[in-house]
Design a protein around this ligand. Structure first.
Ligand code: ADP
Length: 256
């Protein structure tokens, strides 16, 4: 039996951090950053102080969807997050690179230590900190689980992923690291017909209920493929999104 190793780190002495939630997925491109951003925006709209720690170092998309292109400032052994237009605190490798289009050519351990520094060296002042985790259950995910004390995780999956083993692996990883799972979000579940308004379940209906039941998880939300949402993300205007698909998640976070 593998024992989870705890290497939990203290945040910066000047940080004030309430709850910390990780958003995870089995693989990339299923909308993990989309869900992270919407959760942050929703909690901010409710009046909370909110931050996003972008731990998806090799595919950082958080600054882009918030339309933030300035560099993060550093102080004496510390870093300040960059604020979005509604005041969400953001930290991402993309806010540190000279050119946002530069690839991150670091190996796993270096990436892991950068993510840990986003926890230990950044001065956060938040009620809720969302961690956009790297996809999958690789070494960077492991170092996030080991070094940042997560109050819970939200698992994001597409309908196809729900029937594969990747969700199972994410669930098992959380269990082994003894981090509670807040619940499951199914993304790209359906499209709404622009003419009649009926949902079209491209990949079949009911898979999320089955997957949730199989893993003993609560199914907290189901988000359609929405061209308006994709356009907002591309334009760096995710703070203007409307839609209440994730209200089940934010309610669960608030009552946690
Ligand atoms: P991940 O973080 O899992 O790699 P992203 O959140 O970056 O995935 O999403 C991948 C792409 O799909 C992005 O361009 C994003 O804007 C788009 N996208 C994600 N979810 C939706 C959705 N429900 N409707 C429309 N576009 C979406």
């Amino acid at each position: 039996r593998q024992e989870p190793q705890s290497l939990l780190k203290q945040p910066h002495a000047q940080s004030r951090i309430g709850k910390v939630y990780g958003v995870v997925s089995g693989k990339g491109g299923v909308g993990k950053s989309m869900v992270t951003s919407q959760l942050a925006v929703t909690m901010r709209r409710k009046g909370f102080r909110v931050g996003i720690l972008d731990a998806d170092v090799t595919g950082p998309s958080i600054p882009k969807v918030f339309g933030v292109h300035e560099r993060a400032r550093g102080g004496d052994n510390c870093l300040y997050p960059v604020e979005s237009s509604t005041g969400i605190q953001l930290m991402s490798v993309n806010l540190l690179l000279e050119h946002e289009t530069d690839p991150v050519l670091w190996r796993g351990p270096v990436i892991g230590s950068v993510v840990t520094q986003f926890w230990t060296d950044v001065i956060w002042d938040v009620d809720y900190l969302f961690v956009d985790m790297p996809p999958g259950t690789g070494d960077v995910s492991l170092s996030v689980f080991q070094s940042i004390p997560l109050d819970g995780i939200v698992i994001v999956a597409s309908p196809q992923e729900l029937v594969s083993m990747v969700v199972e692996k994410a669930v098992r990883m959380a269990e082994m690291m003894e981090v509670p799972i807040v619940g499951l979000v199914e993304n790209m579940s359906y499209v709404t017909c622009p003419d009649c308004g009926k949902p079209i379940y491209l990949f079949g209906e009911g898979k999320s209920e089955l997957a949730a039941a199989r893993h003993n998880l609560s199914l907290l939300g189901r988000m359609p493929i929405d061209p308006a949402l994709a356009a907002l993300a591309d334009a760096g205007k995710i703070e203007e999104f409307s839609g209440n698909w994730l209200d089940g998640v934010t309610t669960a976070l608030e009552s946690n």
